[in-house]
Design a protein around this ligand. Sequence first.
Ligand code: MLT
Length: 205
Amino acid sequence: MRLQPDFIHEFVPGASNRTLLLLHGTGGNERDLIPLGREQDPRAALLSPRGKILENGMPRFFRRLAEGVFDLEDLKQRTNELADFVAAAAKHYKLAADQIVAVGYSNGANIAASMLLLRPEILSAAILFRAMVPFVPKIHPKLSSVRVWIGAGKFDQIVPTSETKHLVELLRGAGADVTIRFLEGGHELTGDDVDGAREWLTTLK
Ligand code: MLT
């Protein structure tokens, strides 16, 4: 059976009710974050789609006009498309729809943040590595039952500290329980990100 709407994806069954939705960065693909997902939670199912946009041959989850400048119309359309895919995949693979945790890096973290703001019913929690503010919603979504862990790089050239703080404010303003870590490093993922997020994940129900 084909999933509608469809995304090229990897699915790895799990031994618990949790599913990690793995969202790669620019130039990544559906296989990139599988080892990270396994490391984050050895018992969770893993659902890992490939972004449909190509920028100079590099897959992404939505279009941008320049680095850090997003095509907001495309972002919203792609966010809804991805949310619909996740809902369809939950039915298809018989996943607990209320235990889907996004794990996104960079462009993947940005679409995960966008999904929290636009389709708050999809994710119960999110781990966002090097995320930006995807857009500022006119109406705050209700995120009071959602937990978020954000890993930011103190020396990130793409995501300034002020941007991370703005994202934290936005999510907390919508009621989310947000843990923020500023780590020694830039835009690249570090061992401290991986360890910090994994530890935090063990505190989720
Ligand atoms: C984005 O476009 O989502 C951000 O600029 C991060 C990136 O993918 O480089």
